[in-house]
Design a protein around this ligand. Structure first.
Ligand code: SF4
Length: 321
């Protein structure tokens, strides 16, 4: 049984054009997305900014209310739970954010930030046990326990991300939604945080939904990769297949933009025309057709279904095979 299963999830936001106007349009930020993550697995989720990947992550952990669909965690549908019922389940499901500074309360010490998570779920039965747990968590993410008396602004970006990871780990989750956790960090620090996440996964059997716009980063950590465009899944396969044999023209363009070290590589960059269209009024037929270099006449009218073109390899394109 998958640890997490998302079925036909939709997150649509109403759009009002004036204070008193009626809602006539919706932004379809996430439109009919399904996925599954096994215990201990990392599923990478990539796409340009505005493709709905962060909204999907937030809807999964119920920071946002889904418009439709279900989210199954350990065999239980959590999409319809009340906030009280949800609190107990939150232990299993945590999130780390792109901007660790914005997500850490600047008025609390590191010890208070991590201790708060321990307190909410009553995971320590004495002040000594609580402090011991905080010290262990800090050590586990490569920080010194003496740091627990300091404030977030006293740390570098990479150290703050380590604090965010320690806070997430404080409640012993089974799955962490990692929302662009290294995008704001220097390249050398990115590698350290990715390695830390991998080590923690191996030690604790954690599963990750790893959201990023950078395919090179996602390939490094993920077993399978899912590509989103305008709120929909356009391709899903193991990370090697996505990077070496992408079937969807959008994924092919994303891959072509990843820098290659090999000077003899013949790979040419595919530059897509135009910007991502507005999700308020997405194009009919295949939503990618206005930018697709190989679009045919039917692409303007027929929506391509996400279909399994080879075992474990799914693509939403009429031409994919
Ligand atoms: Fe391009 Fe048509 Fe495939 Fe869409 S369905 S990606 S427009 S070829």
């Amino acid at each position: 049984m998958p640890l997490l299963e998302v079925r036909n999830l939709k997150v649509h936001f109403p759009v009002k054009h004036g204070l008193f106007s009626r809602v006539r349009e919706h932004v379809k930020a996430v439109d009919d997305v399904s996925l599954a993550i096994e215990p201990g697995e990392t599923l990478g989720l990539v796409g340009e900014s505005g493709c709905g990947k962060t909204t999907l992550g937030r809807a999964i952990i119920r920071l946002l209310e889904p418009t439709a669909g279900s989210v199954w965690l350990d065999g239980e549908d959590i999409a319809g739970l009340s906030s009280g019922e949800l609190r107990a389940r939150r232990r299993k499901l945590q999130m780390i954010f792109q901007d660790p500074y914005g997500s850490l309360n600047p008025r609390m010490t590191v010890g208070q930030i991590i201790g708060e998570a321990i307190d909410i779920h009553k995971l320590a039965d004495s002040p000594a046990a609580r402090q011991k747990r905080i010290d262990e968590l800090l050590r586990g993410v490569g920080l010194d326990p003496s740091h627990s008396q300091r404030y977030p602004h006293e740390f570098s970006g990479g150290q703050r991300q380590r604090i965010g990871i320690a806070r997430a780990l404080a409640v012993e989750p089974k799955l962490i939604v990692c929302d662009e956790p290294v995008s704001a960090l220097d390249v050398s620090v990115q590698a350290q945080i990715i390695n830390l996440l991998r080590d923690l996964q191996a030690a604790k059997g954690l599963a990750y939904l790893f959201i990023a716009h950078d395919l090179a980063v996602v390939e490094h950590i993920s077993r399978r990769v899912m590509v989103m465009y305008l709120g929909r899944v356009v391709e899903l396969a193991d990370s090697r297949t996505i990077c070496r044999e992408p079937a969807h023209p959008y994924t092919q363009a994303l891959i072509s933009a990843v820098p290659v070290v090999d000077p003899d590589s013949k790979r040419k960059r595919i530059v897509l025309p135009g910007d991502v269209p507005s999700p308020i009024n997405p194009p009919g037929g295949c939503p990618f057709h206005p930018r697709c270099p190989v679009a045919e006449a039917r692409c303007k009218t027929e929506v391509p279904a996400l279909r399994e073109i080879k075992p474990g390899h799914w693509a939403a394109c009429h031409l994919a095979k």
